[in-house]
Design a protein around this ligand. Sequence first.
Ligand code: GLA
Length: 616
Amino acid sequence: MAPFSRRGFLSAAMVGAASLGVAVGSGRTALAQAEDPRGLTLRGDAFLLDGKPFRILSGAFHYFRTHPRDWRDRLTRMRAMGLNTVETYVAWNFHQPYEKKADFTGWRDVAAFIRTADEAGLKVIVRPGPYICAEWDFGGLPAWLLKDKDAPLRRSDPAFERAVDAWFAELLPRLVDLQATRGGPVIALQVENEYGSYGDDHAYLEHLRDTMRAQGIDSLLFCSNGATQEALKAGSLPDLLSTVNFAGDPTGPFAELRAFQPDKPLFCTEFWDGWFDHWGEPHHTSDPARTAADVEKMLAAGASVNLYMAVGGTNFGWYAGANLTGSAYQPTVTSYDYDSPISESGELTEKFHAVREVLAKYATVPDTPLPATPPRMPAQRIAVRESVPLMASLDTLSTPLRRTAPVHMEALGQSYGLIHYRTRVRGPQGTRRLRVTGLGDRALVFGDGKRIGTFDRNQPEHAVDVTVTGGSTTLDLLVDPTGRINFGQGLNDPKGISGKVLLDEEEPHDWEIRRLTLDDLSPLKFTGDHTPTGPAFHRARVHVDTPADGFLAFPGWDKGMVWLNGFALGRYWSLGPQTTLYAPSHLWRRGSNELVVLEMERTGDAIEVRSAPDLG
Ligand code: GLA
């Protein structure tokens, strides 16, 4: 299948135009023994590791997208596929969602992930960003950078660089001793991410490079970019290795890389072996045989490769990102299975076997037995018996702030969740037109507690008529964000209301704003009443004999967020394409489990636990 653009599939013609046919040099030319060889170095168009020829056969696996108790399992599967390296981004906002001390414990212990990879027999490539794209909220940048919604990002702006420097001062020292130059598994690190698709501020790239060096990173550094001269030029530094990212036939992209950088190894740092999905768009898959054939072409050319992705993952919680194509906002789904060789739930797919066969021709693939699919739960239907409306729980969940006008959530120190705005308008005024500008991303609109409309970011206008009778009318806007843009020039993507609320041409000027971070749902007062419509929380108990992987489906429900034993699994949405949410075994308990669903629109009869995923 043709490679994909963020809009969807690229046409075959566009792909073909890039295939100019080029003689790519072999990585296995005669290599003299280097002096003092430590870590990954370059010799002509080949890599050396500790002085010996080394071909990078890597796969992407994002530690922040897989439960930490599954890290070893997935890394073992990668090694069994024949890969010798794992590549991961570091998602800044996963460690520092609020402007407080960064967290490196438990799931956030990136050093532990790297050591586990080492134990599984893999070298490691780290891409610390600070921007990572990756279909992850705000491209990994922390939401608090948007306190000023127009704050300059990804350029040599003093405030942005100060924030990055402070973050790197926390992160990088944890990686220093893990470098191959010091006997550890980390062989290379990336500077920024496809920077040539965003800007050409080389002073910024130099600043990142120098900061990394000053923090003790003495490994090979590289810049990866799209395979065009423009992107390579804008996004590379002359003293660092340039690499390219692409899907499909490598001939054209590698010709571009050779033209830009004739004398260094060929390295595809993201070979897109699958693709991600947006809500309401078709599910992407790619042909395993085609993928394997393209990998083989790269290996036959002597190139190194990083499969993006090798292991599927999940955008748990509020972390799914979004794209902006023209003015169309496209939120990314919860699954990041990516049609990867190793699926979101650890299954070895047909693509795994096809690629493994190719790798076996060029490298020694371990002949240990292949791991089985991790155990799965038997199917069951769970009745929902308790509910509580969200609008009746506002004071339980938050303390209102007062402002003269609505402001976006980041300006109030909120990074994730929903945000609620309320004003009272004195009457009588007759019928007025309520309008909202700067909406991220959906608003449920209420007049005197009655639902009077839904505004969606993709509508050309957000307006509804409101009749303000005698006394006063209460207006409520409950805003439900669906992920910050992670790619391109729309990166400054504040949530909530960042524009204005107008009644005809007037601005109501007394607002109560509630930050619904929904971090702790324990104060909610559920009752036995089953609220049929809504925004409402619903609670169900699930009995489990033996915890195993489960896949939750919501037949008849529309849109919301789910918590399993207090852990936010992510968004579901009847738009599809995905209909099940992955609930890894480690989140379940033996005995009674609590499921809480926040449904924005309509309540289904039951929740299903299924024993297989359905991604569309
Ligand atoms: C680019 C980015 C990655 C990811 C892929 C698409 O190459 O560098 O982070 O967004 O596109 O999945």
